[in-house]
Design a protein around this ligand. Structure first.
Ligand SMILES: NC(=O)c1ccc[n+]([C@@H]2O[C@H](COP(=O)([O-])OP(=O)(O)OC[C@H]3O[C@@H](n4cnc5c(N)ncnc54)[C@H](OP(=O)(O)O)[C@@H]3O)[C@@H](O)[C@H]2O)c1
Length: 255
């Protein structure tokens, strides 16, 4: 598996790398030989992650990026490229959630959701593709969608809408960019314990909900490693526009 998912020679950008999946993706890319630029708004956390990767023998750098702001995205790409060159792997992973009834969502929350989860994914993907094409190289973009991009649940209407749009965006971009050597795919995780989900995880309702799923439990962080690397690495060279559930069967449902 280590050989199959070798990342030697790759230059990777991971957004949303200050916690959760982003930290995990960055470490896994770095330990397989990629030079990794980690991006988010909380720079202090990114610096800690860079130190950890370097202490383990990897190469990494941190850039501040607010994915909702095109100027911030462009500046971060410029800074990241000046460290290691053009990105050939992009984990387009930053996202937010807001668990509230559709009747209680306000306009500000709706805009933040769409600006982060949808516009942010588009801005980063477009910037990555423009630069890969300008450099005459291909690459792989892995968008973090969700099983809530495939199905719905109570209290997550804006999140589900944003992630469904990410799934469609992934397919649309993959059709446009495949002949340019750029693969675009999406991960659709089920429930994993991160800062985003820790409050929900604590509730008995969530535990009951997870218990009723086919696997009957949440995912362990290491269970998303191989699915991510499959989409990100050359092992997935014939995968285009895939929305891959990593969810213990939860998106299939249990009738
Ligand atoms: N955990 C799950 O069960 C689960 C399931 C399905 C999908 N997902 C998706 O997985 C992705 C990662 O989430 P997570 O679970 O790892 O949650 P998390 O620990 O809360 O991480 C979210 C990351 O997104 C970053 N972020 C948020 N807004 C940003 C912005 N405007 N600009 C730049 N970065 C921003 C945060 O960094 P800063 O605050 O430092 O900027 C943080 O690094 C998200 O897209 C989420 O929707 C998670």
């Amino acid at each position: 598996m280590t050989t199959e998912f070798d990342m030697t020679g790759k230059v990777a950008l991971v957004t949303g790398a200050s916690s959760g999946f982003g930290v995990h993706f960055a470490k896994n890319l770095a330990c397989r030989g990629a030079k990794v630029v980690v991006a988010a708004r909380r720079l202090d956390r990114l610096h800690d992650l860079v130190s950890e990767i370097r202490d383990s023998g990897g190469e990494a750098a941190a850039v501040e990026m607010d994915v909702t702001c095109s100027e911030s995205v462009i500046v971060a790409f410029d800074q990241g490229e000046s460290e290691f060159g053009t990105f050939t792997v992009v984990a387009n992973n930053a996202g937010v959630a807001d668990v509230r009834s559709a009747l209680k969502i306000d306009e500000g929350s709706w805009d933040t959701m769409m600006d982060t989860n949808l516009k942010g994914v588009w801005l980063v993907a477009q910037q990555a593709a423009l630069r890969m094409i300008a450099a005459g190289i291909g690459g792989s973009i892995v968008n973090t969608a969700s099983i809530l991009g495939l199905r719905v649940t109570f209290g997550q209407s804006s999140y589900s809408a944003s992630k469904a749009a990410v799934v469609q965006l992934t397919k649309a971009l993959s059709v446009e960019w495949a002949r340019k050597g750029i693969r675009v795919n999406a991960l659709c995780p089920g429930y994993f314990l991160t800062e985003m989900t820790e409050a929900a995880f604590a509730s008995p309702q969530s535990q009951a909900y997870l218990g009723s799923s086919p696997a009957g439990r949440a995912g362990e962080m290491d269970e998303i490693t191989a699915p991510f690397l499959l989409l990100a690495s050359d092992a997935g060279s014939y995968l285009h526009g895939v929305a891959l559930p990593v969810d213990g069967g939860q998106s299939i449902g249990n009738m």
